[in-house]
Design a protein around this ligand. Structure first.
Ligand SMILES: Nc1ncnc2c1ncn2[C@@H]1O[C@H](COP(=O)(O)OP(=O)(O)OP(=O)(O)O)[C@@H](O)[C@H]1O
Ligand SMILES: [Mg+2]
Length: 355
């Protein structure tokens, strides 16, 4: 699969942008505040229905405009697909090949992508939520029906939390616990299967990029020796105090384990970035294999915080995946890729083909 055409209207500083994209390598360069990240954010929005920087719709719509509109055309084995996204006061509207009710899940299926941006080290150094989202992304792509299972669990979690806040008695809470456990175990089992597939890809990518062994450990969100129903009963006191459920898949995490020498190095942001990139590229490799199609990789300023050798290792790993890549840089740095990229210059929100 490749995204061959992209158009954005009124997205951040981009009033009207139209691009014919190369199926392999693309480099978007321009000065600070020219609109490089805005362009990648627009592209990623088309595959996710949300911003990778967590921005609200009001911040994404260009100042003075009412709504933004994105359009893309992908091609896979000669078959074209059309993706449309609009957001503004009327809310998110999506369209994939003329079907309008698919929402973000339809976008993710039509344009699977991954983003590496300068905040990527948070995946390693930040809290569990980002690693959970990372695992859920992989699970969504490799486990059929995961989204439904996840939504059922979210509903059960919300209901249980509401009951806790309303001071529900033991019998009522027990009723919510049964639904919570039933839905939680489906989510956990799917994550576990996805994690088992993911593990060798993560370990190999980390060894390649860091030249060191890193172990990855799936944490289900409650004590491993306990069954969830028992853990819920045990946590009831804390749950009531907090007004929310303290154990369960909403607390899952991927724990990273290094040896002592490596752990000392991991305080460096460059090392954290490399490990986070290894995780993203490892997951990309898995999902590409499962879907039997190439993903779109958006690399926002990949050079940030990396020395030349680390950047070269990262880009060699990217090249090995044979994904479609759109990268940004301050300079027209064509040697970032093993083959000449298609170049675009951005200036004040205007993107033009460059040589
Ligand atoms: N909703 C919006 N409407 C109009 N302009 C916006 C909006 N949101 C952000 N901007 C502006 O877009 C400009 C480009 O920002 P962007 O982050 O895309 O730049 P960049 O090229 O990635 O810069 P850097 O090299 O510093 O990363 C900024 O000047 C920002 O103030
Ligand atoms: Mg930027």
């Amino acid at each position: 699969m490749a995204l061959e055409y992209f158009k954005a209207t009124d997205f951040r500083c981009l009033a009207a942008v139209e691009l014919d994209i190369d199926p392999s390598y693309n480099l978007v360069y321009g000065q600070n505040a020219s609109g490089k990240t805005s362009l990648l954010e627009a592209l990623s929005y088309m595959g996710r229905g949300k911003s990778f920087r967590g921005a609200s719709v009001q911040n994404l719509v260009r100042h003075g405009a009412r709504e933004f509109v994105l359009f893309g055309r992908t091609v896979n084995a000669g078959v074209s697909r059309h993706i449309g996204v609009r957001n503004g006061p009327a809310g998110l509207e999506t369209s994939v090949d003329g079907v309008h009710d698919g929402g973000a899940a339809a976008l993710a299926e039509a344009l699977p992508l991954q983003v590496i941006d300068p905040d990527i080290h948070d995946l390693v150094a930040g809290g569990p939520e980002q690693r959970r989202r990372f695992l859920d992304w992989a699970t969504f792509h490799v486990e059929h029906g995961y989204l439904d299972a996840w939504r059922r669990f979210r509903r059960a979690l919300k209901q249980r939390n509401a009951a806790l806040r309303q001071g529900a008695g033991a019998a009522e809470l027990g009723g919510w616990d049964r639904e919570f456990v039933a839905t939680a175990l489906v989510v956990d089992a799917a994550r576990r299967r996805a994690f088992d597939l993911l593990l060798p890809c993560l370990a190999e990518a980390a060894a390649d990029l860091l030249g060191a062994e890193v172990a990855f450990d799936y944490r289900q969100g409650w004590a491993s020796e306990e069954d969830l129903a028992t853990a819920l009963v045990g946590a009831q006191g804390r749950d009531r105090q907090q007004g929310s459920s303290q154990v369960g898949p909403q607390r899952a995490d991927i724990r990273l384990v290094f040896d002592e020498r490596q752990a000392r190095k991991m305080v460096s942001r460059g090392q954290q970035k490399l490990l986070a990139c290894a995780m993203v590229l490892g997951a990309t490799e898995l999902v590409q294999g499962e879907l039997e199609r190439k993903l779109l990789l958006l690399l926002d300023d990949p050079a940030a915080e990396l020395d030349d050798r680390s950047l070269a290792r990262l880009m060699a790993r990217v090249a090995r995946l044979e994904s479609q890549v759109i990268a940004t840089a301050l300079q027209p740095q064509a040697n970032l890729f093993p083959a000449p990229p298609r170049m675009f210059h951005v200036e004040q929100g205007i993107v033009s083909p460059a040589t």
